[in-house]
Every structure is written in structure tokens, then in C-alpha cells.
Design a binder for this molecule. Structure first.
Ligand SMILES: [Zn+2]
Length: 503
């Protein structure tokens, strides 16, 4: 079995598609979970793109051990200088640089002749080599390039010191047979290919990203790039969990070992969904809520007789536990911590504060399920901002008019104010705006129930954009849907404040 390197770009290709800014703490939480999952490379960002990205990559490089930390650049010296600076404290740094190689990109976007592209590619790799040993070169839009030209570029950059060469299907245009052929062409025609690892990077515009990636692996690629839940530009990137489980279920066929801990898949997926605010569709392969649900009577009967009849993966292998433990108000701190650790949460978190919220919840709804705990944890991520929700009351008169009174704690002071609005949620948000003395634009608001029953938790998600164009997602949960909405809005404002004040 040869080693298949897993390259995760959730924090770069994934984040760049979200239209929101994740704060450094959220990125660190994702990066830590990726290490637990066992990915080999974490692409942490594009340092030259913004001061925020620079800072995020720098922090991840300094704090995350156990994976190669990679930063993206264009084939531009300044980008590479920034990237090297951001990666300075990394245990194992990698610079990922490159340039487009397809006719349409070279002519229309870069306005460079092919020879100039080769020159820029080689210069970029050489420049990156001055800082780090590990340099990955991406041939952007490789799938639509002239294969002979691609071979020429790859030979030159490997000679210049590239340790990994990435052959992306940037626009998601390939089908498995053609993509496999291209990778095979590279393996057989690039004379010095044995000195580099061939990497594949696919997009899902035609729903082929996983299939194309598997074709690339069969053709000899040694590294696969993708994201958790397949988030990414347009229709998304390759879902790493799908590639990993496709190989897991048919290992002999691929002859590669991804060397990851599949039992971390469910936890990783949930964490990314929660932090990015991008929900996983219920029918999504491997990580969707229904992925292991058998609805048809015939299927249920079969699975009860023998699991293999309709189930190709044991849900425990991807980290969905069989025994659902239910906590209640009688559960102690220890039981709560134990369950949270089992569910994959890093518990440097302040357990006391969390325990108080847990008790409130247990008092309100009796039994606390795993889904409730996930929702509870989803509210974290804005500690230290000095903004804290206390309580609220709302009165409605008629169908639409409502008055809300909200109490917050702001930098240690308890403050209360009231406002009117069109309906209770609007009134609450307006009261919060008055208390803060500044406001944001509400771009999206969703309310979902967590777990079952009429006493189920309400899980509110808001997307807001500040005056200086910072967009964030805030989350809040409560058995009271208005309170859940208030908590989500306060959570978002706390994040905006955290980003603007660098906390
Ligand atoms: Zn991409």
C-alpha cells in the first residue's frame, strides 16, 4: 500500500467561498479537529490576501502541531514573502504557489505568452525555495491546458525544486475517465516526476469531484486535496470524507492508505457546519443526517436480519455512536465533560460556564440529547468580547407590533433598554442595537429545531455585515425561540467586535 497524503483546504478554498470571515479562534478550532482527523496538510489561508488572513495563518502555524501547515500564493514575489513570514513558526511549513496554464487563462486573464508563464512559474518556485524546502506548485486550470505544455511546465518546476505538483480541475469541467487519463499522462511523460508527489484538486460543478479524485488516485496521484463537507467555490470542492470512505470500503481496488482516523469524520463535519454556518444536506453522502437511516420497510427488515444487506459502512466507523447517552439535570460536571469529549470537543473551554448553561437547559427540557449539546457548543466562539446576553421580555399587541426589553452585560455593566419592532424578533434586535450604540445589517436569519418534540431547542443562526464590511455568522440556542434569536444576534455582534478589536 502506498501512502495517500490528505490535503485539507477547508480554511482556504472553503472559507474563501463563504462570504463570511471566520475569526482566528474558529479557524484554530477547525485546524485542531483536522489534526485529530489525521490530515497530512492544512492549507490555512492566503496570507497576502488580507491582514486577517495573514494573522490567521501566522497563529495556526504557531499553534498547530502534527500537520504540515501550508499557505497559498500567486506566482508573485510579494505573495511568497508574506506567506513565508506567516509560516515562520510552523513545525513543517509548505508554500503553495502557482500560475494558470490553460490557453484561456494565459491569454485572457494573465495576458502572458506560454514562455513567460513558464518563466514566472520557475521564478516563483525558486523564490519560495529560498524560504522553505517544501514547495507545492499548482498549475491552475490544468485540466483545460495543452497536455504537452503542462508536461513542460511541470518538468521545469520540479527541476526548480517543487516537491509537490498540483494538477487542478479548477472549473470542475472534467469527467473521471478524462481526468484519470490526464494524471496518467503526467505520470508517464514528465521525465522527473519521481522527484515530486502528484496532487489532485477537483471542483464539483458537474457533481464529479469525488469521482474525478478517485480516478486521479487510481492513475497514481499521491495527494488528494479537498474540504470537509465539500464546501468551496461555486458547487464546492471534493468532499474529503467521501474520498476517504470510498477508499476505506474498497481498499484493494485503490492500493493506497489515507492513514486518517475515520471515527473523527462525524465530529469534524459537525464542527465545520456549525462554525461556517453552512448546513449539511440531510441526504449528503457519509455525513448527512439520513446517510445511515433506513426508511423503507423492506430495507429495515433486511438490516435487522443482517446489517450488510443494505449498509455498506458501519456508522460507528465514521464516528456516529450506537449508544445515545441522555443527560439530565442530575448529571454532574464530570458526566457533561465526559460526553463532550466523546463527541469530539476540545475541552480547554470553561466547563463551569458551560455547565450553568447546561443546567438551565436540562431544567427547561428534562432530557438533554447529543444534538442539544452540539447546539450548546455552537454558541461558543466569541468569549472575551465583553458582550453577554442576560435576559429579555417581549409583549406583542395585534399581529405585528411588539415591544422588547433586553438586558445585556457590556464590559461588566448590566444594561437594559427597550424598543418596538415589526414582530418580536425585530423588536429584540432593535433593542440590542440601542444597547450597543451601533448596528449591523442583517443578511440572513434562520431558525431550526434541534432534536425532537415540542420542547425541542430552537437553534437560531444569523448572518450580519458590519459597516466596515465584516460579515460573520452568529448562533444561539434556547428552548425559547425569541431568546435563541437574541443570543444568535448577540453572538454575531460579539464576533464583529472581536474581529475589529483584534480579540
Ligand atoms: Zn480550488
Amino acid at each position: 500500500m502506498r501512502k495517500l497524503y490528505i490535503f485539507d483546504t477547508t480554511l482556504r478554498d472553503g472559507e474563501q467561498s463563504l462570504g463570511i470571515t471566520l475569526n482566528v479562534r474558529e479557524k484554530l478550532d477547525i485546524a485542531r479537529q483536522l489534526v485529530r482527523f489525521g490530515v497530512d496538510v492544512i492549507e490555512a489561508g492566503f496570507p497576502a490576501s488580507s491582514p486577517g488572513d495573514m494573522e490567521a495563518v501566522r497563529t495556526i502555524a504557531a499553534e498547530i502541531k502534527g500537520a504540515v501547515i501550508c499557505g497559498l500564493t500567486r506566482a508573485v514575489e510579494r505573495d511568497i514573502d508574506y506567506c513565508a513570514e506567516a509560516l515562520r513558526a510552523a513545525e513543517a511549513p509548505r508554500i503553495h504557489t502557482g500560475i494558470a496554464v490553460s490557453p484561456v487563462h494565459m491569454e485572457k486573464k494573465l495576458r502572458l505568452a506560454p514562455d513567460q508563464v513558464v518563466e514566472a512559474a520557475v521564478a516563483a518556485v525558486k523564490h519560495a525555495k529560498r524560504y522553505v524546502h517544501d514547495v507545492e506548485f499548482y498549475a491552475e486550470d490544468a485540466f483545460r491546458s495543452d497536455p504537452a505544455f503542462l508536461v513542460r511546465v511541470l518538468e521545469k518546476v520540479i527541476d526548480a525544486g517543487a516537491t509537490v505538483v498540483n494538477i487542478p480541475d479548477t472549473v470542475g469541467y472534467a469527467t473521471p475517465w478524462e481526468y484519470g487519463e490526464l494524471i496518467s499522462h503526467v505520470m508517464h511523460n514528465v521525465s522527473n516526476i519521481h522527484r515530486a508527489v502528484v496532487s489532485i484538486h477537483c471542483h464539483n460543478d458537474l457533481g464529479m469531484a469525488t469521482a474525478n479524485s478517485l480516478a486521479g488516485i487510481k492513475a497514481g496521484a499521491g495527494q488528494v486535496e479537498g474540504t470537509i463537507n465539500g464546501i468551496g467555490e461555486r458547487a464546492g470542492n471534493t468532499s474529503l470524507e467521501e474520498v476517504v470512505m470510498a477508499i476505506y470500503t474498497q481498499r484493494e481496488r485503490y492500493g493506497v492508505d489515507p492513514g486518517v482516523n475515520t471515527r473523527e469524520i462525524a465530529a469534524t463535519s459537525r464542527l465545520v457546519a456549525r462554525i461556517t454556518g453552512v448546513p449539511v444536506p440531510s441526504h449528503k453522502a457519509i455525513v448527512g443526517a439520513n446517510a445511515f437511516m433506513h426508511a423503507s420497510g423492506i430495507h429495515q427488515d433486511g438490516v435487522l436480519k443482517e446489517r450488510d444487506t443494505y449498509e455498506i459502512i458501519d456508522p460507528e466507523v465514521v464516528g456516529i455512536p450506537k449508544n445515545r447517552i441522555v443527560l439530565s439535570a442530575r448529571s454532574g460536571r464530570h458526566a457533561l465533560r465526559h460526553r463532550l469529549v466523546e463527541l469530539g470537543y476540545p475541552l480547554e473551554t470553561d466547563i463551569d460556564m458551560l455547565y450553568q448553561r447546561f443546567l438551565q437547559l436540562a431544567d427547561q427540557k428534562g432530557e438533554v440529547y447529543d444534538d442539544d449539546l452540539h447546539a450548546l457548543m455552537g454558541q461558543n466562539g466569541a468569549n472575551g468580547s465583553g458582550i453577554c446576553f442576560k435576559n429579555l421580555s417581549v409583549t406583542t399587541t395585534g399581529a405585528t407590533t411588539a415591544t422588547a426589553t433586553v438586558t445585556l452585560e457590556l464590559d461588566g455593566n448590566t444594561v437594559t433598554d427597550a424598543a418596538c419592532g415589526n414582530g418580536p424578533v425585530d423588536a429584540v434586535f432593535k433593542a440590542i442595537d440601542r444597547l450597543m450604540g451601533w448596528s449591523v445589517k442583517l443578511e440572513d436569519y434562520t431558525l431550526k429545531s434541534v432534536s425532537r418534540g415540542s420542547e425541542a431547542l430552537g437553534n437560531a443562526t444569523v448572518k450580519v455585515r458590519s459597516g466596515d464590511n465584516i460579515a460573520v455568522v452568529g448562533r444561539g440556542v434556547s428552548i425559547d425561540v425569541i431568546e435563541a434569536s437574541a443570543r444568535a444576534y448577540v453572538n454575531a455582534l460579539a464576533k464583529v467586535k472581536g474581529i475589529t478589536t483584534g480579540r
